[in-house]
Design a protein around this ligand. Structure first.
Ligand SMILES: Nc1nc2c(c(=O)[nH]1)N[C@H]1C(S)=C(S)[C@@H](COP(=O)(O)O)O[C@H]1N2
Ligand SMILES: [Mo]
Length: 371
């Protein structure tokens, strides 16, 4: 392990995550914690850090920024390796963006609970997403300063967290290649989240933020970036984060962009009073860009009615919306929300199966009770 790096698991035997995970805000699965959607009720557009989901392959490393270095190297650099320290990074021209980070497996549990399919991986509901304001330096700025060659095809960021060992095999540092086109387009090397230095769990001192792409692209605790004039590979694009299943080619499909989803800011099995007016709140988002419209059904998917947008339509965030509801009679109801983005992509009744349960975009049935 590098100098100046310990880990949350060493510091406190209990958890691989540093920040508190109160049960009213999070549901915890091993080294990962998802945001409870009811914890976003009454919150603004951004997900506060105290309720932003955490996805750790191992454990949050505790890194000393004063000795930290980000090293760029590889055949895609014209003058050899280059290093940046924390102060170097903070003194370069900065940019602030609003963007979601969302795990590729967000919604995975619904392959099983709605479609009866067995999939591997953390059984997230819909809380493996958060939207934050990120400040940092464009990756294109760092690459230009480092002497980027025109022949570069891929860059591969890797994290300073411990090697990932699974099934008795050490797969090394968490890392995944990113095509140079995306790397130069809108990727940020972020050092602030919601106006504060990145918290340890979210990548301190610096992480990548890759807007609209699956969360694994946004490598935390950056240590190195390989810049290559030949295609790069890692287990995170050959073994994981590929779509494998009957609707995909035999070698599987490499994933980039996220898909369309919606969620109600309600607990599962929420209770409402009959004969009273309630206002249901929710959010919808898409890796393709802005949400065009959201429809809600309260009768099991028979009739659909437009929800009312309550936030701006954001390119890389979500659309907040509301829907007034006055249930007449007591009983069991199923709420559904279905979003359509500006490309016309909409949430289907079922999502084609893939073995690792990625990119679930199906309409989610949300059971509630009226008393
Ligand atoms: N170094 C490192 N980067 C990482 C991970 C990790 O385990 N190690 N997890 C990835 C995955 S799978 C996701 S979904 C996002 C989660 O970001 P968050 O924990 O800040 O919400 O970080 C990504 N970056
Ligand atoms: Mo993820």
């Amino acid at each position: 392990m590098a100098v100046g790096v310990t880990s949350a698991a060493q510091a406190s035997a209990a958890s691989s995550i540093v920040k508190p995970l109160p049960p009213e805000l999070f549901e915890v699965y091993g080294t990962n914690a998802e945001t409870r959607w009811e914890a976003l009720s009454g919150q603004g557009f951004l997900t506060p850090v105290d309720r932003f989901f955490v996805r750790n392959h191992t454990s949050t490393p505790l890194i000393d920024a004063s000795t930290w270095r980000l090293r760029l190297f590889g055949t895609g650099l014209r003058h050899g390796p280059v290093e940046f320290g924390y102060r170097d990074l903070r003194s370069l021209p900065s940019e602030t963006i609003t963007a979601a980070v969302e795990c590729a497996g967000n919604g995975r549990s619904f392959y099983t609970s709605q479609q009866g399919q067995q999939v591997t991986g953390t059984p997230w509901k819909l809380g493996a997403i958060g939207v934050a304001r990120w400040r940092g330096v464009r990756l294109s700025t760092l690459l230009a300063r480092a002497g980027l060659s025109r022949r570069t095809v891929d860059v591969q960021p890797s994290g300073l967290d411990a090697d990932y060992v699974t099934g008795g095999v050490n797969l090394g540092k968490v890392r995944r290649p990113l095509p140079i086109g995306k790397a130069l387009e809108d990727v940020l090397v972020a050092y602030e989240m919601n106006g504060r230095p990145l918290p340890p769990d979210h990548g301190y001192p610096a992480r990548l933020v890759v807007p609209s792409w699956i969360g694994i692209s946004s490598i935390k605790w950056l240590g190195e970036i390989e810049v290559s004039d030949t295609p790069l590979a890692s287990p995170w694009n050959t073994q994981f984060y590929r779509l494998v299943g009957p609707s995909y080619p035999a070698e599987g499909t490499v994933m980039g962009r996220q898909v369309v989803k919606s969620a109600f800011e309600l607990p599962r099995a929420a209770v409402f009073r009959a004969g009273e007016r309630h206002v249901l709140h929710g959010r919808s988002w898409s890796g393709n860009g802005r949400i065009r419209n959201v429809d809600v059904s309260v009768d099991g998917g028979e009739r659909w009615h437009p929800a009312r947008p309550t936030s701006t339509r954001h390119e890389n965030g979500w659309l907040q919306w509301e829907f007034p509801w006055r249930p007449k009679d007591p009983g069991a109801y199923t709420l559904r929300a279905r979003a359509t983005d500006f490309t016309g992509a909409t949430q289907p009744e079922t999502t084609p199966y893939n073995t690792q349960g990625y990119l679930f975009d199906g309409i989610v049935a949300h059971p509630v009770t009226v008393v």
